[in-house]
Ligand binder design. Structure first.
Ligand code: FES
Length: 238
């Protein structure tokens, strides 16, 4: 037989908000949903109930917080994973050059950078030695501007193909091609930057006395077939 019994009165807040002695009644025995009751008949919080509720709140907070952290971490994890676009931007690019006519140039985007691929004619190649006295670094001594394979008078793997980044080494404008000779006596064809007037020859070598400090950069590349360039992959057969 279960019955209500009276426990020790204690100083606590009454349901009407005032503080004072509170008489607590407790059911004997254990039954589900039994709550200690005050003299007013409303359930009150004993130490046990208080501890259980605190435990519940702590667990709920931890679970909610953990879920929040997990959700917040998803974008970071996702950002660490290389996207297909990033992979495409970083991956080597194949460039078919077989259909290029002598004197013709194509533009390629590799790693978000503009790259010029120019098929130089015999006449263009013959002009290269004529311009060296006007150039700042005709022998490509600045090692930062080209891979070792391009340290030669053509700055390329094969004389007829020039592969350079289409970016002026002053402030990064895209130089314009001006492949004809003259009218200036020192102009044998090359690239002209319209932003501040820097000039480069048909091997991307910078003229003296212009804002651009270095030759145009030669990216890593190799020929994977006689007429196919792999841009961005330097090692392997030339
Ligand atoms: S960016 Fe080309 S000369 Fe300044």
């Amino acid at each position: 037989m279960r019955h209500w019994f009276r426990t020790q009165p204690r100083f606590d807040r009454h349901p009407d908000g005032k503080k004072g002695l509170l008489q607590i009644y407790q059911f004997s025995g254990k039954a589900k949903n039994d709550r200690p009751r005050s003299a007013y008949g409303s359930a009150i919080m004993t130490d046990d109930v208080d501890r259980n509720r605190r435990h519940f709140l702590a667990v709920a907070t931890a679970v909610t917080g953990g879920a929040g952290i997990a959700l917040a971490a998803i974008p970071f994890v996702a950002s660490l994973k290389p996207s297909a676009r990033a992979e495409a931007q970083g991956a080597p690019v194949e460039v078919a050059v077989g259909s290029l006519e002598p004197g013709e140039m194509i533009r390629v985007i590799w790693r978000g950078r503009l790259v010029f691929v120019l098929r130089r004619s015999e006449d263009m190649l013959a002009r290269l030695p004529k311009v060296t006295e006007y150039l700042d670094d005709p022998d490509s001594l600045n090692a930062d501007q080209q891979p070792d394979f391009a340290v030669n008078e053509y700055r390329s793997r094969k004389p007829e193909f020039l592969v350079v980044e289409g970016s002026c080494t002053h402030l990064g404008c895209a130089p314009l091609e001006q492949f004809e000779v003259g009218p200036a006596a020192d102009w044998f064809g090359g690239f002209f930057c319209p932003c501040h007037g820097s000039k480069f020859d048909l091997a991307g070598r910078v003229y003296k006395g212009v804002p651009a400090p270095t030759n145009m950069r030669v990216p890593p590349y190799r020929f994977i077939q006689n007429d196919v360039i792999m841009l961005g992959a330097e090692s392997g057969a030339a």
